[in-house]
Design a protein around this ligand. Structure first.
Ligand SMILES: C[S@@+](CC[C@H](N)C(=O)[O-])C[C@H]1O[C@@H](n2cnc3c(N)ncnc32)[C@H](O)[C@@H]1O
Length: 390
């Protein structure tokens, strides 16, 4: 990830602007005086730069939760801050800040909030979860120009690689999203998807809660699949196959197909590797036979006004549980006399979100964006508003 080591941190008066990068405010960690966040925006993308004092210099890099895509945005912001503050750069991996021409167009890269505002219209939709190199996804999109493909991947460099290929090939029927696929499905209308591909998911043998396949994921997949729609799991891991099979047959009702070493239209990078090693490849396919109910939507992420400093200090480091969800107050920052900011993980236990809330005498709000509009998040938000402002 892009970062710069500077000799000493030089705060500048904010707000300020340099080379079309805007810096809005600074937030200071109340417990760790060696850590600050600088609120930054480039081309309407809002995020934080993280400043960390180390023993012999100061590290400037992007903050993990709000980090934007593509990466050149972070590079531009780092260089702009270093120039603006006239910092002495000791080391940097921020070389070329020019935009790669194949990343100039990013309308194929949607954010989760774009989907929350309105799901794209299409006669037929297919979703690939964890597309990695994108070989299978791009092949399918090229072969089926009348079908809308949505590729979801949490690894940002893979998303950028796929975005470049989309722009080079001029594909109009492929949307990418860098987000957790398990959270995304909740925003998909019922009965509209004809295929969900989950090819070679990370087995997570030591952290099973991070696995893509779970009862909740299969139930959500079944809801979004049209009748005859298929959820296709392909794996080389016998352990993951056994775990998934148990999860699938634990459902009340399902039509399932199992195959071993079946060839498919295109072999992914991972698949090639396993084939060379002569590993077996297993497929489990669920074929949906039901029409599902439409999802309920609605709720609000609005806050009441008011900053209660003592209460925030008390809440820092604590976890508040409600039915089906929780809020963990991870870190607390001072902004100014009228504002503080808390870093939170919140939402459902199995699929939490990580974000900030700026608590203010004026109007409190989430940063950089609101949580995904799920039923659990609305319920957790209501509780958060009560404990912050009640
Ligand atoms: C082992 S790779 C397989 C990539 C590709 N499907 C292939 O066959 O070559 C698994 C991919 O899933 C992505 N991934 C893991 N968990 C995910 C999640 N919850 N949502 C979206 N992508 C995820 C990882 O970043 C990784 O790129």
């Amino acid at each position: 990830m892009p970062h710069i080591h500077i000799k000493a941190f030089k705060p500048v008066t904010l707000p300020a602007e340099q080379a079309n990068v805007k810096f809005h405010f600074m937030a200071h960690n109340v417990l760790h005086s060696d850590e600050y966040l600088i609120s930054t925006s480039v081309d309407e993308k809002e995020f934080f730069l993280l400043v960390k004092d180390t023993a012999d210099n100061v590290l400037l890099k992007s903050e993990k939760i709000s980090r934007p895509s593509p990466t050149y945005i972070v590079k531009r912001a780092l260089n702009a801050y270093a120039t603006l503050s006239e910092s002495e750069i000791l080391a940097s991996n921020v070389d070329d800040t020019s935009k790669n021409i194949h990343l100039e167009k990013d309308e194929s890269l949607w954010s989760i909030h774009d989907f929350a505002k309105g799901f794209p219209e299409a006669k037929d939709v297919r979703i690939e979860v964890g597309f990695g190199s994108g070989r299978h996804l791009i092949h399918q999109a090229k072969e089926n120009p009348d079908i809308l493909f949505i590729g979801i991947e949490i690894h940002k460099p893979s998303v950028e690689q796929a975005l470049k290929q989309i722009n080079i090939l001029g594909l109009k029927n492929l949307i990418l999203l860098d987000y957790d696929a398990r959270l995304f499905l909740e925003l998909v209308p019922s009965n509209i998807v004809s295929r969900i591909y989950v090819h070679f998911p990370v087995p997570w043998d030591k952290k099973p809660h991070r696995r893509v396949i779970s009862t909740a994921f299969i139930n959500e997949s079944t809801r979004v699949l049209a009748p005859k729609g298929r959820l296709e799991l392909r794996t080389d891991s016998e352990n993951y196959f056994a775990y998934s099979w148990e999860t699938f047959i634990g459902l009340n009702k399902a039509r399932l197909e199992v195959n071993k070493n079946q060839e498919i239209a295109i072999s992914s990078k991972y698949e090639d590797r396993w084939k060379k090693m002569e590993k077996n490849i297993y497929d489990i396919t669920l074929i949906n036979e039901e029409i599902s109910e439409e999802i309920k939507s609605g709720g609000s992420f609005a806050f009441a006004k008011g900053l209660n400093r003592e209460r925030l200090l008390e809440l820092n480091g604590t976890t508040q549980k409600i039915e089906g969800g929780f809020i963990h107050f991870e870190r607390l920052y001072d902004i100014d006399d009228t504002k503080m900011m808390a870093r939170l993980s919140m939402g459902s236990f199995e699929r939490p979100e990580h974000l900030y809330v700026i608590v203010s005498d004026e109007q409190s709000h989430y940063f950089p964006t609101e949580p995904v509009p799920s039923q659990v998040n609305f319920a957790v938000h209501k509780h958060l508003d009560e404990i912050l402002h009640g």
